[in-house]
Write a protein that binds this ligand. Structure first.
Ligand code: ARG
Length: 443
């Protein structure tokens, strides 16, 4: 029973929040005349001593005492005696744990938000550096159209901007205080929930005592949000692995973010990127685990809910690691711009530009231009050359109205220069986009 019942191994991480909430609760009880000022003072002093003891690693954790709340209360009794027993007036571990957990997650999200910004800043800096570096843009992992490396990196900046917003939303929505809901029904003591809520930095007390002790959707929302963010990071991580493969060779990473092989001396493995790619599995698993635990639980508190903290703590740690590793890798990477540019010329990547030219210059309907371009690509294939190396007379064999103006759109460099529609990949726009993103993200 003791082994299955105890949660101290996990919830000891919440000791700061538990002590903060208890101090505010004791002060409220004294303000309301529910306990004496002397007892409140003794409680506060005792709790501060316990904070110091835990921080110094002096607290001996004992599964017989179940959780962090019982550890703190038991230790308080040993330090201040009788008065310790008055702290738990008008509250229960049910509202206590819900309060501690929200406080903990609120602080953790603040930290993660800073780290999301770190990744965005790294992306913006690289995007600025490589605003004009031409690379192939892919669909289906087939060469589609030339883009710039800066533009590609900025796409991740946008994903992370939405992740940032989702984390903020989650933090805002969880910021209601369960303390004083007591076991589930409220309490007959004249407590002041507005006071405790505001002292702990919450917007207001939770409006319904039964919801206060049984709601864990804030944890589910965080795990879903974190999983989406981790999914974005995993996509970038996969691209880093791809770009880094010697068969692609678009980027290099320093030894700081690669490891050697124990058997193949020439290897440089992108372990950090692979772990960022892989960790999302566990994070999504944490979300599925928690939401499944919650599904079908009757109101109000059931012990099932004690299983809520481990997945959240684990995801906070892992997301933090993934964000740090990603910021580090992005800052560290160097693009092989020549190799990228060469690849951008492969696969007839400017075929769309040619079709668009036929439309704009010869007033050809786009479908017909698509067809004509197909024939010209076939011609280039036969000659084993790129589109811009095709001889004009040869091209005129396919479409007699073609003239040498077409050569102004056939190279990858010309292609990206011309992509000037809002949000497009033209280097000048990418440079602007970096500046406006710096303001939008406040990086
Ligand atoms: N350790 C418990 C948890 O994390 C605290 C709440 C216990 N409440 C109870 N009624 N047993 O959920």
């Amino acid at each position: 029973m003791q082994r299955i019942n105890a949660s101290i191994d996990v919830d000891k991480a919440l000791y700061q929040q538990d002590i903060n909430a208890s101090i505010v609760h004791a002060q409220m009880l004294a303000r309301q005349g529910i306990i004496s000022a002397t007892d409140a003072k003794a409680i506060t002093t005792g709790l501060e001593q316990i904070r110091g003891e835990i921080a110094a690693g002096q607290m001996v954790f004992d599964p017989a005492l179940e959780d962090i709340h019982m550890h703190v209360e038991t230790r308080l009794k040993a330090i201040i005696g009788e008065a310790a027993g008055r702290l738990h007036t008008g509250r229960s571990r049910n509202d206590q744990v819900a309060t501690d957990f929200r406080l903990f997650l609120r602080e953790s999200i603040t930290q993660l938000l800073v780290q999301v910004r770190d990744v965005q800043r790294a992306l913006l800096d690289k995007a600025e550096q490589y605003a004009a570096a031409i690379m192939p843009g892919f669909t289906h992992l087939q060469i589609a159209q030339p883009v710039t490396f800066g533009h590609h990196l900025l796409a991740y900046g946008e994903m992370l901007a939405r992740d940032y917003g989702r984390l903020q939303d989650c933090q805002k929505r969880l910021n209601e205080c369960p303390l004083g809901a007591a076991a589930l029904a409220g309490t007959s003591y004249p407590i002041d929930r507005q006071y405790t809520a505001s002292q702990l930095g919450f917007e207001h007390p939770c409006h319904n005592s039964m919801d206060a002790v049984s709601a864990r959707d804030f944890a589910a929302e965080f795990l879903a949000t974190a999983s989406i963010c981790a999914t974005h990071l995993s996509r970038l991580a996969e691209e880093i692995c791809f770009w880094l493969s010697p068969t692609v060779g678009f980027i290099s990473l320093s030894d700081a973010y690669t490891t050697g092989s124990s058997i193949m001396p020439q290897k440089r493995n992108p372990d950090a990127a692979e772990l960022v790619r892989g960790k999302v599995g566990g994070m999504l698993g944490a979300f599925v685990g928690l939401i499944t635990m919650l599904k079908g639980l009757p109101l109000t508190y059931s012990k099932d809910m004690q299983e809520d903290k481990a997945p959240v703590l684990q995801v906070i740690d892992n997301l933090s690691l993934c964000l740090a590793a990603t910021a580090g890798m992005v800052a560290d990477l160097t693009a092989n711009t020549e190799r990228m540019a060469d690849a951008a010329a492969l696969g007839y990547s400017t075929a769309t530009d040619l079709a668009d030219w036929l439309v704009q210059e010869l007033n050809m309907p786009f479908r017909q231009a698509h067809h004509v371009t197909g024939a010209l690509v076939k011609l280039a294939e036969e000659k084993g050359c790129t589109l811009d190396a095709l001889d004009l007379t040869l091209m005129q064999g396919v479409e007699p109205r073609l003239h040498d103006g077409v050569y102004a759109v056939l190279s990858p460099a010309q292609s990206v220069q011309r992509r000037t529609s809002y949000g497009g990949t033209a280097p000048a726009l990418v440079r602007d986009a970096v500046q406006t993103a710096r303001v939008r993200y406040l990086c």
